[in-house]
Design a protein around this ligand. Structure first.
Ligand code: EPU
Length: 338
């Protein structure tokens, strides 16, 4: 394993931001990861995996460790389910396709989400009515101080909407090395009522969808709205959809009767940030190379050479405008590295 110097991270983050790592190395095994943590001369470390939920705003004065640990294994099986262990460096979408092609159900609604397996639990990735937590059993993570591997059950992870233990108390303290998922072998629990999955299936005259049909529908829908990071730098949704209490919601909906919303409980409502941002006139807007995607206002994009600071500035303008117009605070979902 080589430690490199002054390496551009442009190809290691889906926003395509060109910052430099003072030192850089790639780890391919757990052993290499442990080894690198024992090197005292690099006490300042920064972990990167798929780089799909990160905005770099300056050079990284640390040893950047790229987690590239691969592998998957069925560790347990019964008539109905498999328990699949997947290493952190596996690409998420490739895993979903592998499951769909092998008739293992559960992940199909989360097709085409960028990023790697190891970062999926950090923000409890989700799409089209399914979140990682719905199939999650446990994960292993290296404690950055002791260098020991810890096991986390689903409860330990404290999953919530785009949130987990690893984004809060556990932030920067653990490196997820593998996860275990429980997937169905038959009688799959299909979720087709969310978003436009149903209409996409109907368009193709599919009445009894398979998990492959659902995956294909999600891929088509995502491709129509969300930019491909390989063609246009982005990190998916830049903001979280705000969750407001009933008092705020009642006032909001009285003034904006046409606004879309999801009722989460009698006391809480989720309002799509994309709608709020579009109403503020930002959809398709561009400040230099930093912009708001033309088909989905929740996604900020890098048209080529935007700096992280420029994207951050645009995001702040959007937050201010949404606050001024709707009195609602929207928060970044993307991890902003200052
Ligand atoms: N909307 C607008 N204008 C926009 C975007 C959205 O009016 O520019 C409206 C839509 O018309 C719709 C509502 O907002 O009524 C919701 O839009 P959409 O179904 O596209 O979903 P979203 O709430 O914007 C969330 C996730 C996405 C996920 C989709 C589908 C968050 C932060 N984002 O987006 O996740 O793919 O639902 O499940 O929860 C990601 O996290 O990176 C991501 C892409």
């Amino acid at each position: 394993m080589k430690i490199l110097k002054n390496i551009s991270l442009k190809n290691y983050n889906t926003f395509g931001i060109d910052v430099k790592a003072k030192f850089f190395c790639e780890v391919n095994t757990l052993k290499e990861l442990k080894y690198v943590f024992n090197l005292n001369e690099y006490s300042n470390r920064f972990i990167i995996s798929g780089g799909s939920n990160i905005l770099f705003t300056s050079d990284i004065d640390a040893l950047v460790i790229h987690i590239n640990i691969k592998g998957k294994e069925i560790i347990k099986e019964d008539d109905d389910f498999i328990w699949l262990k997947v290493m952190a460096g596996e690409n998420w979408h490739e895993l979903v396709l592998w499951c769909v092609n092998n008739e293992y159900g559960g992940l199909e609604n989360m097709s085409l989400i960028p990023g790697n397996v190891g970062t999926a639990p950090i923000q409890n990735i989700g799409a089209y009515g399914v979140e990682l937590k719905d199939n999650f059993v446990s994960c292993k993570a290296l404690h950055t101080l002791s260098g020991e591997l810890h096991n986390f059950t689903k409860e330990d992870c404290k999953f919530n909407y785009r949130d987990s233990f690893f984004k809060n108390e556990g932030k920067n303290k653990f490196i997820i090395t593998s996860i275990v998922l429980k997937l169905s072998k038959k009688n799959h629990l299909l979720k087709i009522s969310y978003g436009s999955i149903e209409s996409e299936l109907a368009k193709n005259k599919i009445n009894q969808p398979t998990i492959k049909d659902i995956s294909n529908a999600v891929i088509t829908i995502r491709k129509s709205k969300l930019p491909d990071p390989k063609q246009l730098g982005n990190s998916g949704s830049f903001f979280k959809n705000p969750i407001v209490d009933k008092l705020v919601f009642d006032k909001f909906i009285e003034k904006n009767p046409a606004a879309p919303f999801y009722k989460l409980s009698d006391a809480t409502y989720k309002i799509p940030a994309g709608w709020l941002i579009e109403q503020c006139g930002f959809k398709g807007k561009r400040d230099g190379d930093a912009g708001v995607h033309i088909n989905q206002a929740l996604v900020l994009v890098n048209y080529g050479n935007a700096t992280g600071k420029e994207i951050l500035e645009l995001s702040r303008k959007i937050q201010k405008s949404v606050l001024d117009n709707f009195n609602i605070n929207i928060q970044a979902e993307v991890n902003i590295i200052k």
